[in-house]
Design a protein around this ligand. Structure first.
Ligand code: AMP
Length: 282
């Protein structure tokens, strides 16, 4: 496995691979890797000739009161995991490389970024869109692999690629969960054992929503109420949102007539967790 931190060297390598006719898959991450990240690498390996991961804790997607400083950084372990899972190339730039002193160009994120995470974390998707576009430029891959765990992020990246005519396909991969249902996340390691138990409220609320829809309920508001009740009984410490939304526009759905997505963001202790699930109508 090649580990590179220079943008120029990385571009040259990927460009060369493209010239050789290789199909390239890229998996952008912020490190502190777990099975969720590795599932994206596996998907890239299955579908492409070369799987490239990037590890960069992107400062521009964190708000001033967020966890940038304490975000887990486990580079050595990450590299071992990537190597053991068949990753071919890892790009690990420094902050100064990605954002030199005079860096002042940012991507204005698409409309789908405005609600939910975009409202609660102002500037977050501007940072995400900017770093993802920069990574796509440095690593001109054929396919970008992202997790559905960050459902709105995938929608934002898809819209950016469409609007800016980026020649890359976006693959959204299933959320990997712990055996008890908790969606894997680098931030789970902040949770104490009792918070870890209470964090199960998110996946439980989504399961409850799924059951209600399968029983024939089509009232979005009623399902939201049920999700909130489940979260409050866990209990989580605060709920940012618990909503039933359209899978593409992420607009709230009053009456369910086709596939919808349940999205949740809640705080357990000081840790902010998000989760979602797609519900087909039977
Ligand atoms: P992050 O390091 O948190 O920025 O995540 C990097 C990529 O891994 C993103 O595309 C995430 O959506 C994806 N990811 C994070 N957690 C999971 C999970 N539990 N299952 C699948 N993909 C995930």
């Amino acid at each position: 496995m090649k580990v590179l931190s220079s943008s120029e060297e990385t571009y040259r390598l990927v460009d060369q691979m493209r010239m050789q006719g290789k199909r390239i898959g890229i998996v952008p991450t912020m490190g502190a890797l777990h099975e969720g990240h590795l599932s994206l690498v596996h998907k890239a390996k299955q579908q492409c000739d070369v799987a490239i991961a990037t590890i960069f804790v992107n400062p521009t997607q964190f708000g001033p009161n967020e966890d940038l400083q304490k975000y887990p950084r486990t580079l050595q372990n990450d590299l071992e995991l990537l190597s053991a899972n068949g990753c071919d190339v890892v790009f690990t730039p420094t902050d100064a490389q990605m954002y030199p002193q005079d860096h002042s160009t940012f991507v204005e994120p698409p409309r789908v970024s405005q609600a939910w995470e975009g409202q609660i974390r102002p500037g977050h998707f501007r940072g995400v869109a900017t770093i993802v576009l920069k990574l796509f430029q440095i690593l001109p891959a054929h396919v970008g692999y992202f997790g559905r765990k960050d459902y709105q992020q995938v929608a934002v990246i898809r819209a950016m690629c469409r609007d800016l005519n980026l020649p890359i396909a976006i693959e959204a991969c299933q959320t990997v969960r712990e055996s008890d249902g908790l969606a894997m996340s680098s931030r789970n390691r902040y949770l104490s054992p009792s918070e870890r138990q209470r964090a199960l409220g998110l996946s439980r609320a989504l399961k409850g929503a799924e059951m209600l829809i399968h029983q024939g309920c089509t009232d979005g508001r009623q399902i939201e109420k049920l999700m909130r009740k489940e979260l409050e009984s866990s209990p989580v410490d605060s709920i940012d949102y618990a909503a039933i939304v359209h899978p593409d526009t992420l607009e709230p759905i009053e009456t369910i007539t086709s596939e919808v997505v349940g999205i949740i963001a809640a705080r357990v202790g000081t840790t902010r967790l998000i989760d979602n699930a797609t519900f087909a109508l039977h």
